[in-house]
Design a protein around this ligand. Structure first.
Ligand SMILES: Cc1cc2nc3c(=O)[nH]c(=O)nc-3n(C[C@H](O)[C@H](O)[C@H](O)COP(=O)(O)O)c2cc1C
Length: 221
């Protein structure tokens, strides 16, 4: 029997008083009811890394920094990710970018979903994150859950809670369905090696075949 995939819900801001805990806990409570995957919250506060200062790039050697090593081990232990991200100056928070800069093969060819919160639902940050993750060969889900300013202001200024916005729950369930499809394809192995069947065009199937011939760089290679 295949084991259940382990999905990390990554909290991407660390400042005191952050809003991040509200959407993260809400998402985690919905996710843990599922019986097709295990979820855990991974908080960047628990990985206080310096701004990237490794002497050699990480495709050459693992980081010397011990916190970064621990962060990499955590990421490697997970089969997929949901990034809960704010929007800072139309992009992702620097602390998240820095944490991603400390990764290499730990995240390669795994799926990622997104929950953005902020003005415009942090759509710009999520799109930037997709671009960054493309470099890391991450299979990002095409949709995301977006919590906008109206909902945030309701919670921050009017004493409302996530329960006052039940339509957001539907959003998550719809995305979880897509995540499950990607998860079925990966199960800890590279997405492209699963043999893409069904809905893919012959052109895409050709691309997938080509992709299987591309070696994955590893430490020391
Ligand atoms: C440095 C900084 C930059 C921000 N830039 C944006 C922005 O570009 N767009 C936006 O919608 N909100 C922006 N905000 C507002 C954040 O969406 C809001 O403060 C949110 O609560 C931040 O997430 P956090 O509380 O988890 O840190 C910014 C906030 C900070 C602190």
């Amino acid at each position: 029997m295949q084991r259940r995939p382990k999905i990390g819900i990554i909290i991407s801001t660390t400042r005191p008083g952050r809003f991040a805990d509200i959407p993260t806990n809400w998402l985690f409570n919905i996710a843990k009811e599922r019986n097709d995957a295990d979820f855990e919250i991974v908080d960047l506060r628990d990985y206080p890394m310096p701004f990237f200062e490794e002497k050699v790039p990480l495709h050459v050697a693992p980081p010397l920094n011990e916190v970064a090593l621990r962060w990499g081990e955590k990421v490697a232990s997970l089969d997929g990710y949901i990034f809960v991200t704010a929007e800072y100056n139309h992009s992702i928070p620097a602390v998240l970018k820095n944490a991603l800069d400390y990764l290499w093969s730990e995240i390669h060819r795994k799926p990622a979903g997104f929950l953005g919160y902020g003005g415009g639902g942090a759509a710009r940050a999520v799109e930037h994150l997709r671009n960054i993750l493309a470099t890391a060969q991450v299979a990002s889900l095409p949709r995301a859950v977006h919590i906008g300013m109206i909902e945030m202001m309701g919670m921050m200024r009017e004493g409302k809670s996530m329960a006052d916005y039940p339509y957001l729950d539907d959003y998550v369930q719809a995305d979880a369905g897509r995540a499950r499809l990607v998860g079925q394809h990966t199960q800890g192995r590279p997405l492209w090696r699963q043999g893409c069947r069904g809905s893919l065009s012959s052109g895409h199937q050709e691309s997938a075949k080509v992709a299987t011939t591309v070696p994955i760089p590893a430490y020391g290679h």
